[in-house]
Design a protein around this ligand. Structure first.
Ligand SMILES: C[S@@+](CC[C@H](N)C(=O)[O-])C[C@H]1O[C@@H](n2cnc3c(N)ncnc32)[C@H](O)[C@@H]1O
Length: 178
């Protein structure tokens, strides 16, 4: 059975409240972005939160059942698998790209293709991804911005113990390219 089914996305709605606190924390430590991409956006809570602040955000999803449970506008989510192949003719680069809890569901080869696509989509990646993707970010001239990571985590610390935020709070990584 596919993990990312109706039931999965229905349950995901329970943690959507976190988007406000998390986006507050991001915006405290980054310049206000003009365009945000959320790769593996699930029910689109981050997309909704950015858009509600007048910041254009687009979510990318591979699982069509997510579309039935979206919190954001349907037009703000595109069904696309960035891990299927290395893409030429990419959309406009985003100022900020979110990539949370997707990589663990990808094979090493998919992670490689995903990472090589993502590095051409933005200069700032916020992720919880493990080493496999990070290795490619670093190879493609990104560096880990430990200072901003620490600042965001400090801001999120009062909520860091909550189940909805815990994994993001603990494993958040910021990769940037000059
Ligand atoms: C564990 S959920 C995380 C959702 C969200 N990013 C979060 O942190 O709450 C993983 C999501 O990534 C999506 N996903 C998995 N592989 C993907 C791919 N190759 N391209 C886009 N989305 C993908 C799944 O459909 C699912 O919605």
């Amino acid at each position: 059975m596919n993990t990312f089914n109706d039931l999965y996305f229905e349950k995901r709605l329970n943690i959507a409240w976190r988007a406000k606190a998390v986006v507050d924390a991001f915006l405290k430590h980054f310049p206000v972005p003009s365009l945000v991409y959320d790769i593996g956006c699930s029910v689109g809570e981050f997309v909704k939160e950015f858009n509600s602040r007048g910041i254009k955000a687009i979510g990318y999803e591979v699982s069509t059942p997510a579309l039935k449970h979206l919190l954001c506008q349907p037009n703000d989510v595109i069904i696309r698998d960035w891990s299927a192949r290395i893409v030429k003719g990419l959309p406009k680069p985003a100022d900020l790209l979110l990539f949370f809890e997707v990589a663990p569901f990808l094979t090493d080869n998919q992670q490689r293709k995903m990472a090589l696509n993502l590095v051409n989509l933005t200069k700032t990646i916020l992720t919880t991804s493990p080493e496999e993707c990070a290795k490619y970010f670093l190879e493609k001239d990104f560096y880990e911005d430990f200072l901003t990571e620490r600042e965001i985590k400090n801001t999120l610390e009062p909520l860091g113990h909550k189940p909805a935020i815990k994994s993001l709070y603990r494993s958040l990584k910021v990769y940037r390219k000059l």
